[in-house]
Design a protein around this ligand. Structure first.
Ligand SMILES: [Zn+2]
Length: 122
């Protein structure tokens, strides 16, 4: 596990308050599996039809997303969280009790995030 991943886990376990304008995975923390370029965040603002207020959505995509032959993939933070959870599910931890506690806390923190995030409406 690299330092950036570990730091991310610390944040998840800390159950910090999610803020929609915050770009947790930006800052070249992760790279594109297709071309290796840094993943960058973008914020889209949409009007809430009921309240008339603005809601911000954060997406992550490859810096070369707009290249002609590049896959058109954007991900929400919740989707990246899911992938990190899957990564930890594959990790080997010797002590079963520690492993279960660790996984449960991680899942709780992530579910809490999912509850505050709206789906990609594209
Ligand atoms: Zn790419």
């Amino acid at each position: 596990m690299d330092r950036a991943t570990w730091d991310r886990v610390q944040v998840l376990l800390g159950q910090f308050v999610y803020r929609s304008h915050q770009m947790r995975y930006a800052g070249e923390l992760i790279h594109c599996g297709h071309c290796g370029s840094p993943i960058t965040g973008e914020t889209k603002t949409k009007k809430n039809k009921k309240t008339g207020g603005d809601k911000q959505y954060v997406y992550y995509r490859c810096a070369r997303y707009n290249d002609e032959d590049h896959p058109r993939i954007r991900m929400t933070e919740a989707e990246i969280d899911e992938q990190i959870l899957a990564l930890f599910d594959r990790m080997r931890v010797e002590d079963e009790e520690f492993r279960n506690t660790f996984r449960e806390q991680l899942r709780r923190a992530t579910n809490w995030d999912l509850g505050t995030e709206t789906k990609n409406e594209d």
